[in-house]
Structures are given as C-alpha cells and as structure tokens.
Design a protein around this ligand. Structure first.
Ligand code: PHE
Ligand code: ZN
Length: 884
C-alpha cells in the first residue's frame, strides 16, 4: 500500500548506480508456513558514481529481516535504517559482501509479484520491481549480476526445482527434502530472476542451433495438461529458427525451459532460460482452444523467446526505456507471426488493436510517450503505447531503412551493446550509424505522446498532367505536452489508374531505387504542411494512402464513395482494401444514426450491399480477408471516430446495418457458409483458420435473420463441431440471439468442460459479453459460481474485464449500474492484487468521450474509488490522473 505521498519518478533524475553487484548467491528454503531467503551479495562501489561516499541503499518490500551482516560481521541496530522501500547503511567500504536473511510469506502473497504460490507450486514474477519482495537488493535493471541459486524443498511436494541457467548440483537431504543449485553464467538484472518449485510434468524436445549447439527444450505443466504442449513446442522451435534466419541470433545456453502457471498477472515472462507463462498463452489443443488461442500461443512463445536477445542479452537501463525491449520484441513477434501465417490478416488485426485501444489511450488521461518522462507506478506502464505503438515506431524505422538496412542496424545494436543495459537512444543511434542516416526528427516519436493527424487532399491538373498530394500534420495536446513539433512520418502511397497502379515520378526527387516497378513510394512527411507533386500522370488517379498502415496516425482524405468502392475492390495493398471497406461501413452506420434520430428505418446503400455481395461470391479471394472486410467497424473503433460517443445509438445503428446486410445477402451468406463448412482434421494453419473465420462471420450474420432455420444451423454447429473455434462461435451466436436453446447450450458446454479452467474462462466470457439486457445480473450471479475465483487474474479478466471492456452497450447502461459494478470490483481488488485492479479500471478512465450524463456518473465512481483508504499506488495513479 502506498505511503501518504505517492512519489513521482522522473527520467531526468536518472543517475548511474552508486554500487554494483558482481555476484549474487541466493538460497531459498521453501516451507509451508514461510520461506527463508539467504542472500550473499558481492558489492563494490561503482567507479562511475557521482558520489563516491554515498550510503548503500537497498530496495525491499514486505520483507521481514532476520539478520544482516557485512563482511561477516553482524550489523548493529544503529548501523542501518529502513525508510519506506529503502534499507540504508550509511557507511560501507568500497568492496564488501553483504549477507541478509529474510523471511517471506509466499502463501499469502495475492499480488502475484515476488515469490507466490499458484495451484500448489511456488513461482516468481520479478518484472518490474518484484525482486525487492524476495530480498533486499539493488532492484534496478542497470545492476547486473551473475546468479547462483540454491533451492531446498520437500521432495515429494516439490520434486521439480528450477531457476535460471544450468543445474549444477542435485542432492537429497534429510527429512525427505532435496536441494538443487543453479548457475546462470550471463550477468542479469534482478527482474529476470526466476524460481519454480512444484510437482510438474514435462514435454521435451531438442533444437540444434545453426552453429551446432544442442539445446534441450522443456515445457513444464501439470500432468493433466501434457496433451496441450505440442503447439507451444513447435512454435518455440519455429521461433528459434526464425531468429537465426532473420536476425542472425542464436540461443546461448544448453537448456531452455517454459513453465505454465494458472495465476499470472500478464501473458508471460522472459526470465533468462526459464520463461514463465500464463497457462492461457502456452496450452493449446483443438478441442479446447480457438484459432485465436493457437495464434496467441505462437505469438507469445515467440515473443518471450525473442526477448533472449532483445531484452536479456541487451537490457534496459531504466524502466523509462521499457519500450526498448517491448516495442522491438513486439515488432519481432509480429513479423514472425506474419511469416508463419497470413501477413495481411496479421497486419489488419494489429492495426485494429492499435486504432482502438492505443489511439484511445493516446487521447485519454493516461496518454504518455513511447518513452515516458515520469511515472508513479511502473506497473501501470505496461501499456498498448509502450508495446504496440512502440512496435510501430520500430516498424517505421524498418520502413525507412528497408529490410537490409534495418538488419545492419540491429546487428550493430546487438554487437555494440551485448551485456549492457541501454536506452532507446542507443537503439536509434545504432540504426543511424549502421546506415549513415539522420533520424534526429524521427526521435520525436519517442518523446511526444498523442496520435498525429494527417489531413491529405489531392488535386489533379489535367493540363499539366500532375497530381499533387497536400499533407497537413498536427497532433493534439496530451497531459503535460500542450504543443507538439512535427513528426517524421513515412507515408507509403500509390496512385490507382483505370488499368492499375501508375508510375510515380515525384517532382524534385529521384526514382525510389528500392521500388521495383516504381509504382509505390514512401513519402517523407516532415513539415506541418507539405505538397508532393507527381508528374506525367495521364489520368485522374485514386490515391492509395498509408499503405500497410505505414505510420500510427489518423489519416483523413475526402474520398468519394465510388473511390472507396474502387479501393475496396481493386487496391493491391490488403490493408488499404480492408480500410476502404471500413470507411464504407462507417458511412452506413453514420447514416443509420441519422435515420434513427429522425425516426426513420435504416436502409443499407445498394452499392455497399453489392460490394459485400461480390466479396461473398469471389472464391479467388482469401477467405480471411473477406471475413475481415465483411465485419463492420467495431463499436470500440466507432467510439474513436464519433464524438461524443452515444453508446446506445452506435450499438443500435450498427446492429441495424448488420441486419440489413444479413437480409439482403442471406442466400450468398448461406452458400458461403456451405462452401467453408468442410469436414477435415483440425490444423491451426492459415488456410483452415481463414475458412473458419469466414464461416463463422457468415453464421453471425445469418443469425440476424432470426428464424428457426438459422437457429438450427447454429445448433447443429454447436453440437457437431469437434474444435473449439466452431463450437465457441456457435455458442456466441446462440447466446446473443433470442434463441430458446441458449440455457441448455450453456449448461451443456459447462458440463463438457468443467474440468478445463481455460475453457470455463471462455464460458464466462461468452456470458459477460452477451449484448442482450440482463447481462450484468448474470455476471453478478456468476461471481458466486463455484468455478469463479477472484484471486485468478484470468477469471477476473474473463468475467469482470470482459463485461466492462468488451460489452459497451451493457457496461454503459444508462442507469450507471455498470460503472458502479466496476468501481466495486476495483475497490475489492485494490487490496488483493493492485496490478489487476488498476488495469481493470481502464474503461472508466475514458469518461471524457461520452455523453454528459455518462460523464457525470463515471466521474462519481472514480471519486468514490479515490476516497477509499489505503489505495495502492497503482490504482491511485490511474484514478487521480483520470480526474485531473
Ligand atoms: N515482460 C513481459 C513480456 O512482455 C510482460 C510482463 C511484464 C510480465 C511484467 C510480467 C510482469 O514479455
Ligand atoms: Zn515482452
């Protein structure tokens, strides 16, 4: 819990550490009532420290200190003081060992940070500042030490004892206990330390690196989950190969372990050679896991593996540099997933997340730059801005330098900084120096928050045969940043003519040497207003802009309807084709909103229906892209485009358009469903995933026809399908319809899967996201269901998080009941697990976007939370900033 005055930490206050730790020896005695931690730290004064007589200050939280000795001499009570999270020893020599014995209580640690218990096993989570809950330490990422770790525990309860690096000793002790000793030869910051002890089974495999090192791969799980490890193992081997091929990076130890735990605040953690995973991000089999689940496992396994270089071998100097490892690693895992599956689909999914969650964050009270200047609680900064926008910034560097130039830059970065704790600036400088380019202005992407806006207009001069694109950029104010300087924005464009893309000659520029046919070009937008003149343009073109979503901006161009229809049907850039479909969908929804306002029925425009019809009929298209283009902009995205947000009106209008399309296209949807409904053995490959995605998109539309025939179709799919993707899609369809079979379907699903917690989470989520009235009542009932557990973050996210974050129409009920419910849950979780409480809060923090009555109700709940005694620093920071 926070002190009276929560303190803000500033990047500008960064100082090199006063002391360094060369070696860290830890010994853990795990017992049922408590754990004893013996630590021996080999410390020395940092020759680069500013103050060569500074006291030693160690971090510690919730520890009970049993003894403390310096160079073998027990310290007297007046030789040290404890103040908040710091233990200070005023006078120490330049070189010394410090021996501390602390007692901790993992069994009652509900924050899931530090050492804690999950389903009978011990495990740790130290990033960002959890190590200080284990022992007194210099808990900052620029202090890197070589670790030796002893683990002692009861052998029958905890037969498996793991830590980082190599196992160097195993022995049996008296009283049925045993000990293992681990040594990690790579110096590392404390946040990468890990320990696991439990009764675990494992699946093993081997990988031979390019240079011939044999690596043992193990995935540790509970016995019942042994049948769900194959996909993670395959993904791991694919990721290891890919990092060698694409980045020239090899694995560096003889062993790589993954452990699955049920209770985990995040997706997974990249601890050196001992990755710890949320079960939801590692376990998968067709009967229990959806396609999205399979893809998540592949992506997260790769992400954590990639951290071995981008994060561990080269780590962060301080937590303001978090995006150095996270943005880069998300970019790496996105490219990997694109290579393993469908690149365009992956891109569209990532852009969707960015344009909803990240743009919303950038426009809200918690907006912060990719490299923040300050924070109260670092746990609050594991955000879509640090991760996803950070990845977009790295992607823009990739776009500006090209694949080869980017590789030259990453080679230099890894070589120059191996074994160091560095900054975003070091990354950009390596990219610059390896390529002889100047990224001075580009650096603003790291320091300025907010989403830039690009207003683009085009003018064709028939007489001169020129086409001029005029680009104006601006960026709204964000907290603490009223004025912004122009960004360096790579704007990828093409010009579509009647017969295809036109050749691009840009006045005052040489032809782009990288563009094979010179019909696509990356414009360097660097000024407030800039004109780009294309010459020798024989006809009035349709511009294809921001191809591949080349920069994380909001772009506006005043397209005519027929131009959007052309882009949607013909653009060679998959992202732009999809985006055109979204702009047309938006226009339909906006016109349905105005129809509703004037009491008329919404009618879907004929040309839009026709465009959707040709998508459904064109068997040459990628079914996954068809599915994506048929889906109207989500309510979350609409909330970013329409101001103020009238949740109920948006929902009704969107449903009306969906219904209109369903009725108009019923026979095509049925035919499409039939075509995609093939009997085959399940595989999580791009082709099958695409087909299932289109089939289930068609099913969702057909359900809107609301008759016995379509209900029977959903019921048949629910009862017959052998994979979770189809089964769950059918359940969602049934639960959201006025279908009498609903109760029975939910009950059957529960009965079939009650022994699988991850499936039961999906069962909670389906009910929490039901759009029909009465859902909040059901959610409240489910909180006392025996399968619910407020201590398990996955369950909290599946029920409370899904209701508040993915069910706008019910969360924003006009009586304010959704807001009050969320505030109650945040208050409850604030004590138990501050990180989860704080993350859950997000929907309430966006109050500025909504209608006045909603604003008032949301703010009142935020104030009620703020008035709680003993608010954690996590919740305090988010609530107080939201009310500013
Ligand atoms: N570093 C982890 C990842 O992105 C995420 C994480 C952060 C996990 C903090 C736990 C705690 O891979
Ligand atoms: Zn990460």
């Amino acid at each position: 819990m926070r002190d009276a005055q929560p303190t803000t930490i500033y990047l500008s206050d960064y100082r090199v550490p006063d002391f360094l730790i060369d070696k860290t020896e830890l010994s853990f005695e795990l017992e049922e009532a408590h754990t004893t931690v013996n630590s021996r730290l080999y410390l020395r004064r940092n020759p680069e420290a500013l103050d060569q007589s500074a006291p030693l200050e160690l971090h510690g939280a919730d520890l009970s200190l049993e003894s403390i000795a310096l160079d073998g001499r027990e310290l007297a009570a007046d030789e040290w003081v404890e103040e908040g999270e710091l233990l200070r020893i005023a006078s120490v020599p330049d070189n010394f060992t410090l021996h501390c014995v602390t007692r901790i209580y993992p069994q009652s640690n509900t924050s899931l940070e530090g050492l804690y218990k999950s389903s009978g096993m011990f495990c740790t989570q130290c990033e960002a500042e959890g190590f200080r809950k284990i022992t007194y330490y210099l808990d900052r990422p620029d202090v890197m030490a070589e670790f030796y770790v002893d683990i002692i525990a009861d052998k029958s309860l905890y037969p498996v004892l793991l830590s980082n690096g190599n196992c160097v000793l195993e022995e049996d002790l008296e009283f049925g206990r045993h000990r293992t000793r681990w040594h990690d030869p790579f110096p590392k910051p404390a946040y990468l330390f890990a320990l696991v002890a439990g009764r675990l089974s494992r699946v093993s495999d081997r990988f031979r690196t390019r240079s011939g090192r044999e690596v043992d791969l193990h995935i540790y799980v509970e016995d019942k989950d042994l049948d769900k490890c194959e996909h993670a193992m395959t993904s791991l081997k694919n990721a290891m190969r890919w990092d060698e091929d694409v980045y020239g990076r090899e694995y560096d130890l003889d062993i790589f372990n993954i452990v699955a735990v049920d209770d985990f605040n995040m997706g997974a953690m990249e601890n050196k050679s001992l990755n710890i995973f949320n079960t939801s991000c590692v376990l998968a089999k067709p009967e229990t896991t959806t396609d999205a689940g399979f893809q998540r496992v592949e992506g997260v396994v790769a992400h954590e593996y990639f951290h071995n270089w981008s994060g561990n071998r080269v780590t962060c100097r301080d937590w303001f540099q978090l995006s150095l490892k996270e943005g880069f690693t998300v970019f790496r895992d996105a490219e990997f997933s694109a290579d393993m599956g469908s690149p365009t689909v992956k891109r569209v999914e990532d852009v969707t997340l960015l344009r909803t969650a990240q743009f919303a964050e950038d426009a809200g009270p918690m907006a912060h730059p990719v490299r923040p200047d300050s924070f109260i609680e670092i746990s609050n900064f594991y955000t879509v801005t640090i991760y996803e926008k950070g990845a977009e910034v790295v992607r823009m560097i990739h776009t500006l330098l090209g694949a080869e130039g980017f590789r030259r830059g990453s080679d230099l970065y890894f070589e120059r900084h191996d074994g160091q704790a560095v900054t975003c600036e070091d990354f950009v400088r390596a990219m610059e120096e390896a390529n002889g380019v100047d990224l001075q202005q580009f650096r603003r992407w790291y320091s300025q928050a907010g989403t830039p806006r690009l207003a683009v207009s085009g003018e064709y001069d028939e007489a001169a045969q020129t086409y001029t694109l005029t680009v104006k950029q601006s960026c709204p104010a964000t907290p603490g940043q009223a004025e912004k300087l122009p960004f360096h924005i790579p704007l990828k464009v093409a010009l579509l003519g009647e017969a295809g893309q036109l050749r691009l000659n840009l006045q005052g520029h040489k032809a782009d040497p990288d563009a094979a046919d010179n019909t696509e070009r990356v414009l360097a937008v660097t000024e407030d207003t800039q004109a780009f003149v294309f010459t020798d343009i024989p006809e009035r073109p349709v511009p294809s802009l921001l191809r591949g979503f080349s920069a994380p901006v909001r772009l506006h161009f005043d397209y005519r309807r027929d131009e959007l229809l052309t882009l949607m049907a013909k653009d060679s850039d998959g992202f732009c084709r999809w985006d055109a479909s979204q702009q047309l969908g938006l226009a339909e929804i906006l016109s349905a909103i105005s129809a509703q306002e004037s009491g008329q029925a919404a009618v879907v425009a004929e040309d839009f229906v026709a465009a959707c019809r040709s998508l459904l009929l064109d068997e040459s298209l990628d079914p996954a892209m068809v599915a994506l283009m048929l889906q109207l902009p989500s309510e979350a995205y609409l909330a970013e485009l329409i101001s103020p947000v009238d949740v109920q009106a948006i929902y009704r209008a969107r449903e009306a358009v969906r219904k209109g399309l369903a009725h108009a296209l019923r026979s095509e949807l049925e035919a499409c469903y039939g075509r995609c409904d093939v009997e085959e053995e399940y595989a999580a490959n791009a082709e099958q995933i695409a087909r299932r995605s289109l089939k289930n998109t068609a099913l969702a539309y057909l359900m809107l026809c609301e008759d016995g025939e379509v209900y029977a179709l959903a019921r048949r799919q629910f009862e017959r399908s052998g994979n979770m993707t189809d089964r769950l899609a059918a359940l969602v369809a049934i639960v959201n319809a006025a279908e009498p079979y609903k109760g029975e379907a939910l009950q059957r699903f529960y009965q079939d899967w009650q022994h699988e917690p991850l499936v039961i989470n999906q069962w909670f989520q389906v009910q929490a996201t039901c759009r029909l009235p009465g859902t909040l009542g059901r959610v409240k009932e489910l909180m006392s269901h025996p399968a619910f557990d407020i201590g398990n973050p996955n369950k909290v996210r599946a029920l409370i998080g899904a209701f508040c974050g993915q069910n706008a129409v019910n969360f924003h009920a006009e009586d304010g009941s959704g807001y009050a419910y969320l505030a109650d849950q945040v208050i409850e979780l604030n004590r138990r697990n501050p990180q989860i409480a704080s993350r859950l809060l997000t929907p309430l923090t966006k109050w500025q976007k909504y209608l006045p009555a909603a604003q008032t109700a949301m703010k009142a709940e935020l104030r009620r939370i703020l008035a709680e005694p003993e608010l954690s620093s996590d919740v305090y920071e988010v609530v107080s900033k939201s009310l500013q």
